[in-house]
Write a protein that binds this ligand. Structure first.
Ligand SMILES: C[S@@+](CC[C@H](N)C(=O)[O-])C[C@H]1O[C@@H](n2cnc3c(N)ncnc32)[C@H](O)[C@@H]1O
Length: 401
């Protein structure tokens, strides 16, 4: 572990250190018996190992007390804007249309979205939540049961895998693609290498590079061809070679409807800037970002920015067309943020609530906060007409992909 990168981080309490040590032991055993593991597998273990991973164990992650704040955690404005955009689509698809949320986190989005939909009198047939973490699923269930009436709650269904039968509706994911275990690659003498996690002589984790297999090398070469240039020796970054397969698995059965992905990231030529020599991988611990993914495994969130061009390609190959791509601020404004804010402001009980609403708007939209770092991508399939706000279509930057 590189202490210089992490020395300014708060010291975790003893129980958290013990928790990380258990995951570390599990990783050491895996590497000792199978050899070095690809970085993507290391990240997958760190985030999702049952009972041990960051998302699978009962540690607070979301909100002020956690490690990071997502847009739905700030308050209900974000979810209300999303609902303004998707509700006409659900209406057009009819009574059988479902809403599928991937990676529900603390349940904040589902709560605000379902309350907004219930207020508007247009509920989806079912509100499906695909959440791989058993711990988070439990937290979502408790939160929604406390907040929703029993008839609204009756529409919420947790699913273990994507729907197999064809369905119609809306698929939504906020900050899920950035949490998918990423492959790291590096160029050496013109060849593609993949980053692995190994053990040194004292059983400490270390990162090593090995020649990439055909899947990873092919994905990197595809990016080079698309950029029209080769990566320089020593250039290191992330790539999701599995993304088209993941997308097919997740969205393949959505025969008619809209998908909306919101995440931080860039179009491909901005993602793979020549000067971004070490990719976009970040670890988050208690609201501090650092760059050592081997530091205290299991206690840090690990994320990589999204290559939205790759996301569009994966969705295209699963049969979807891009219907819109724009920064979060412009998406929310086009979705009617002004109206949503004014209604909430008028209904707010006191000055503190009004101040919080104004803060929410700033965090969601200011360029140096979430406004421009986050992008919204809308994709459609099987929709002869798509009832999206004109402002949204006017602000579309899909030609940059
Ligand atoms: C950074 S959190 C975002 C949570 C929530 N959407 C929000 O904005 O607050 C990532 C979420 O994605 C979930 N997740 C990770 N991999 C997933 C997958 N393959 N399918 C669905 N959800 C996934 C995690 O368990 C977690 O709930």
């Amino acid at each position: 572990m590189n202490r210089s990168k992490t020395s300014r981080l708060p010291e975790p309490p003893a129980d958290e250190l013990a928790h990380s040590e258990r995951l570390l032991q599990h990783l050491r055993e895996t590497i000792a018996s199978h050899g070095p593991i690809p970085f993507s597998q290391y990240m997958e273990r760190c985030l999702y190992a049952p009972g041990l991973g960051y998302y699978s164990a009962g540690k607070t992650k979301f909100g002020e007390a956690g490690d990071f704040v997502t847009a739905p955690e700030l308050g209900s404005l974000f979810a209300r804007c999303v609902i303004q955009v998707v509700q006409p689509v659900l209406g057009m698809l009819g009574d059988e249309a479902d809403f599928l949320e991937l990676g529900g986190g603390s349940g904040a989005f589902a709560e605000a979205a379902l309350l907004a939909m219930a207020e508007n009198g247009v509920l989806p047939h079912r509100y499906l939540i695909l959440e791989p973490s058993a711990d988070l699923r439990e937290r979502q269930r408790e939160r929604l049961a406390a907040a929703l009436s029993s008839d609204v709650m009756a529409r919420v269904v947790w699913i273990d895998r994507p729907p197999e039968a064809s369905w119609r509706g809306v698929l939504f994911a906020n900050e899920v693609i950035d949490a998918l275990p990423t492959t790291r690659f590096v160029m050496r003498h013109g060849e593609v290498y993949e980053e692995y996690v190994a053990l040194d002589g004292e059983a400490r984790l270390l990162r090593v590079d090995r020649p990439a297999d055909a899947l990873v090398a092919g994905a990197v070469r595809h990016v080079e061809r698309d950029l029209g240039r080769e990566f320089e020796d020593g250039y290191r970054s992330e790539i999701l070679p599995q993304l088209p397969y993941w997308m097919q698995a997740v969205a393949g059965s959505l025969e008619a409807g809209l998908m909306l992905f919101i995440d931080y990231g860039y179009v491909r030529r901005e993602f793979y800037l020549p000067e971004r020599q070490d990719g976009t991988l970040m670890a988050h611990y208690r609201h501090r970002a650092h760059s050592d993914p081997l530091f205290l495994p299991g206690l840090n969130d690990l994320t990589a920015s999204v290559d939205f061009t790759a996301l569009a390609e994966a969705c295209n190959s699963a049969g979807f067309s891009v219907a819109g791509y724009l920064p979060q601020a412009q998406f929310l404004i086009a979705a009617g943020l002004q109206d949503v804010f004014e209604r909430a402001y008028d209904a707010a009980p006191d000055d503190v609530a009004r101040y919080n609403l104004a803060q929410q708007v700033k965090k969601l939209t200011l360029p140096d906060q979430m406004g421009e770092r986050f992008q919204a991508m809308l994709l459609a399939r099987g929709m002869p007409a798509l009832p999206l706000p004109v402002e949204l279509l006017e602000a579309d930057q899909g030609d940059r992909l």
